[in-house]
Design a protein around this ligand. Structure first.
Ligand SMILES: C[S@@+](CC[C@H](N)C(=O)[O-])C[C@H]1O[C@@H](n2cnc3c(N)ncnc32)[C@H](O)[C@@H]1O
Length: 239
């Protein structure tokens, strides 16, 4: 097994996740928080990008604290939860440099696939990277996840890692992972940790290559699902 993953698995139980602080099911599961923190320690990650601001932002900021050149860029669709996550980090004892951005999801074509994608200035992630670690934990209801790797991959350092949360879900994250594997092939090495929280996949970036043309077979269905999700999000009030 990857030595960083093995080390994080061996050490994660030593990480404290306060039940008083943890906000409950909306946030990264406590076990996943422990793994995340232990993984940052194991890899020595200094620059972290996350999609889905919240309690995980605080866990990351605490680990980055005190590291020279540390930086967290946290992106969320919700101004409210982005603000709460920022307040949580700023009022903590962490001295990590953390930046919070709000970016709505909008449909965008990736090859023949219409996917929901975070609306960010072109080239922003590459300009602020390269990142050592990307955490993908976006809102459960918006299906914005497949595009995230396509957007974040160029900003991820070679040898860097992606952690995908909720990896046990058949109809979403497992499907995204299959598309990513089809597109990136040997340029990524995913390791499935189904027993941690709601399941995590840790993906190591081995090569800059990719993605190859994305699978066309299910593009129509995926694109229709994207249009449905985009339509629903128009009627969902800001949480
Ligand atoms: C799956 S949650 C996880 C967010 C974050 N990674 C965490 O650990 O809290 C995804 C979304 O929930 C929203 N959120 C964040 N904190 C929240 C809270 N305390 N209660 C409800 N929703 C929250 C944010 O808009 C975020 O994108």
């Amino acid at each position: 097994m990857d030595p960083n993953i093995a080390s994080a698995l061996a050490e994660m139980d030593k990480i404290n996740v306060s039940r008083l602080e943890h906000p409950g099911p909306s946030a990264l599961e406590p076990a996943s928080c422990r793994f995340l923190a232990a993984f940052i320690r194991a890899t020595g990650a200094r620059k972290v990008l996350e999609f889905g601001s919240g309690f995980s932002s605080l866990m990351i900021a605490r680990e980055l604290d005190g590291e020279e050149g540390n930086y967290l860029l946290s992106i969320d669709t919700s101004a409210r939860y982005s603000g709460l996550a920022r307040e949580g980090v700023e009022s903590s004892e962490s001295r990590a440099k953390a930046e919070f951005r709000v970016a709505p999801l909008r449909p965008r074509f990736y090859g023949m696939r219409l996917l929901l994608s975070y609306r960010l200035p072109k080239g922003l992630l590459e300009a602020l990277g390269p990142f050592d670690l990307v955490l993908i934990d976006p809102p459960h209801h918006e299906y914005g996840c497949e595009s995230v790797l396509y957007d974040a991959f160029p900003a991820l350092a070679p040898g860097g890692y992606v952690i995908l949360d909720d990896a046990n879900r058949e109809e979403s994250e497992k499907k995204y992972l299959r598309s990513w594997q089809a597109g990136y092939g040997d340029a990524i090495r995913p390791v499935f940790l189904e027993g941690i929280g709601n399941g995590l996949v840790v993906i190591e970036k081995l090569d800059e290559a990719g993605p190859a043309p994305l699978p066309a077979a299910d593009s129509l269905l995926v694109s229709l699902q994207t249009l449905r999700s985009a339509g629903r999000s128009l009627f969902r009030r800001e949480e």
